[in-house]
Design a protein around this ligand. Structure first.
Ligand code: PQQ
Ligand code: CA
Length: 677
């Protein structure tokens, strides 16, 4: 029958800063996104270990009834699990059985879907003294009663609703405040992170990552300092500047400093954003703040003058290492730009930056911690293959650090992309050919105007941050593999793009156990103990920015949580095979519509639906494989908002019927062109 509300109340009533610190000793619960404030994702549990992991079996699985990306790490506290699915829906489950205890849907309007860049995802909740906090995709932070699933309060985190801001990240609770940042730097916004009082949602502080309206006073000294690194003409304000803090945070309770990774510039193209150049602080940085006040402490900027969507929002992990014989308190970081950083977290001083994959924008850092850029990397008027690309050599998929092996387990990848700067750009202008510009994207680049040479790849890298080298690697068939978990049982767990959940020997990389899970995995697992028994849980559901348009499985299960234990005898749910894909055929079109249709396809459809007939469709269908009926009726369907429930906007007022007809011509024309003869 599952836990009663009283039992649930008891389970989470005492979860707070103190209990999260104490949990670190034995890590029986998984009370916070990255397990602990240090975000190590290293569990001390070891009843499941490299000797016996082969006996892992299903304890239970529960459908999340979700069709888009699932990026959440399951939080588990005293037998209650809180996990989120797409559209920011929160599920409370009985961790013993998987039975759903309550479900909370923040009712994100479905036509808000296109206001974010990268799928309607959510990375999970924070729990504090009987409350569950979720940042909903439409920018509201909700506090929910942990026992009943009833909303207690919600606050709007968006300071200007004319802008496309979202939330995808998991909140954290430091110093009795819920912290959350927003996404939106593809759309022309100014990044900020806000702290809200745990009890009533009252705003405690807000820290901006880039300077604001040049006609107004600076909010604080850090903004005054940052403004000196932007074009003095103040043009950045046209498109907000960017720097959104949409994912990582970490906290050192002893130093009483928190760390947050900042995002890319807005627009991406620095020549348009800050024509006079400059480092554009605090884009592409990790910033240290005082959690009580939001006061800036120090920062390290990884990508000065970002020009490639090189966000530094990726996982910030705190570790204590011995480097050159000295004990050092550091943060470890592997952002999109392909370098692995070890930085002194007491003062933000640079220790090392080492490429963990091929990087062509810069090959090394100088002693002060500044990249030595390849002179060609800021192509001014020609196509440039960005390696790593905007998809990141490592994206938000969490890594983990095992102090026993000294290794960081890092999902690394390469996804090909060529960028070409545009000479003409105006804020929020619909310019056919300019990616997603009719839906509010402001990038200042064209893509793949010539074919990239790189082939996509993905692997799990076991990285030694002290020796600055990879110790072992597991190769995958696809990029975009899941986050990792490591344990004192000498194990690493990871789900994969091709729909498997795998356990490796943490020291050697030998695969020890695996199971198919019915969908590509992007989220990271968690592990926990209940009544003396260890469990491993993973939330599955293919998606995210790459997973919207591409996939590496032919199964398409719904979002689902799996929980495993030794000798688990549960029956795995049946794999759901996808219907075979067939290129669309027989829709009449005028050949002269194909070329204008291409421009409109790029400015309206590309980053969700991919290239027709070339990409295979992820959790959003590829239109080269759609049904002829749908394509034929597109002018009517699109303008009437027929797909709004699926997260697509209505194109009424955005496109004319004649323009939709041109897009259809491009789709059918491309399908015909790529059809094997
Ligand atoms: O600039 C931003 O504000 C922003 C936000 C997000 C997001 O909130 O998910 C992503 C990105 N950028 C981004 O660049 C990116 O590669 C990305 C991948 C994903 C994902 O969930 O798969 N989100 C985001
Ligand atoms: Ca971005």
């Amino acid at each position: 029958q599952g836990l009663t509300p009283e039992q649930m109340k008891a389970a989470t009533a005492s979860t707070n800063e103190q209990s999260i610190i104490q949990n670190r000793e034995a890590t029986k619960n998984w009370p916070s996104y990255g397990l602990d404030f240090q975000e190590t994702r290293h569990s001390k549990l070891k009843s499941i270990n490299a000797e016996n992991v082969g006996k892992l079996g299903l304890s239970w699985s529960t459908s999340l009834e979700s069709r888009r990306g699932v990026e959440a790490t399951p939080i588990v506290i005293n037998g209650v699990m809180y996990v989120t699915a797409s559209w920011s829906v929160v599920h409370a489950l009985d961790a013993r059985t998987g039975k759903e205890l309550w479900r909370y849907d923040p009712q994100v309007p479905k036509d808000y879907g296109y206001k974010g860049c990268c799928d309607v995802v959510n990375r999970g909740v924070a729990v504090h003294e009987g409350k569950v906090y979720v940042g909903a995709y439409d920018g509201f932070l909700h506090a929910i009663d942990a026992a009943t699933g009833k909303m207690l309060w919600k606050v709007d985190t968006i300071e200007n609703r004319a802008m496309s801001y979202t939330i995808t990240g998991a909140p954290r609770v430091y110093k009795n405040a819920v912290l959350i940042g927003n996404g939106g730097a593809e759309f022309g916004v100014r990044g900020y992170i806000t702290a809200y009082n745990v009890a009533d949602g009252k705003q405690k502080w807000r820290w901006y990552s880039v300077p604001g309206d040049p006609s107004k006073p600076f909010e604080d000294k850090s903004m005054e300092a940052a403004a000196k690194t932007w074009d003095p003409a103040g043009k950045w304000w046209l498109a907000g500047g960017g720097g959104t803090m949409w994912d990582s945070m970490a906290y050192d309770p002893e130093l009483d400093i928190m760390y947050v990774g900042t995002g890319n510039g807005s627009p991406w193209n620095r020549d348009l954003r800050s024509p006079a150049g400059g480092d554009n602080l605090y884009l592409g940085s990790v910033v240290a703040l005082k959690p009580e006040t939001g006061e800036y402490v120090c920062h390290h900027q990884q990508t000065p003058g970002d020009n490639w969507d090189y966000t530094s929002t990726q996982h910030v992990l705190l570790a204590d290492l011995t480097i050159n014989g000295q004990p050092r308190k550091v943060w470890l970081h592997a952002p999109k730009n392909g370098f692995f950083y070890v930085i002194d977290r007491t003062n933000c001083q640079f220790i090392s930056a080492t490429p963990f994959v091929e990087t062509t924008w810069a090959k090394e850092y100088d002693e002060k911690g500044r990249p030595i850029e390849n002179p060609g990397a800021r192509a001014k008027d020609k196509p440039w293959e960005t390696i790593p690309s905007a998809y990141g050599a490592h994206n938000w998929h969490p890594m983990s650090f095992n102090p026993d092996t000294g290794l960081v387990y890092l999902p690394a990848q390469g996804i090909p992309l060529v960028q070409q700067p545009v000479q003409q750009w105006q804020y929020n202008e619909h310019r056919p050919g300019s990616a997603m510009s009719n839906l509010g994207w402001n990038l200042g680049f064209l893509f793949n105007t010539v074919d990239p040479t790189m082939k996509p790849y993905g692997h799990l890298s076991a990285w030694d941050p002290v020796a600055k080298k990879e110790v072992w690697r597991a190769n995958y068939v696809s990029p975009w593999n899941g986050g990792t978990l490591t344990t004192a049982g000498n194990l690493v767990f990871q789900g994969t793009a091709d729909g498997r959940f795998i356990a490796y020997n943490a020291k050697t990389g030998e695969p020890l156990w695996q199971t198919p899970v019915g969908s590509g995995v992007v989220a990271a697992p968690s592990t926990w103990e209940l009544d003396g028994e260890q469990y491993v849980s993973v939330a599955v559901g293919w998606g995210g920015v790459y997973g919207q348009m591409q996939r590496a499985t032919e199964t398409a299960g719904p979002g689902r949580v799996y929980t495993f234990k030794l000798d688990g005898k549960g029956t795995m749910p049946p794999l759901v095979q996808r219907a075979p894909a067939e290129l669309v055929k027989g829709v009449a079109y005028k050949p002269e519509d194909v070329a204008p249709g291409l421009g409109l396809y790029v400015s309206n459809c590309l980053f969700c639906h991919g290239v027709p007939g070339v990409n295979n469709g992820g959790n959003i269908p590829n239109l080269g494989f759609t049904k002829a009926e749908v394509l034929k009726n597109s002018p009517e369907l699109l303008l009437n908002g027929a797909f709004v429930e699926g997260g697509m906007p209505t194109f009424k007022g955005k496109l004319t019927e004649a323009q939709v007809t041109q897009i259809v011509a491009f789709i059918q024309g491309t399908a015909d062109a790529v059809r094997p003869k």
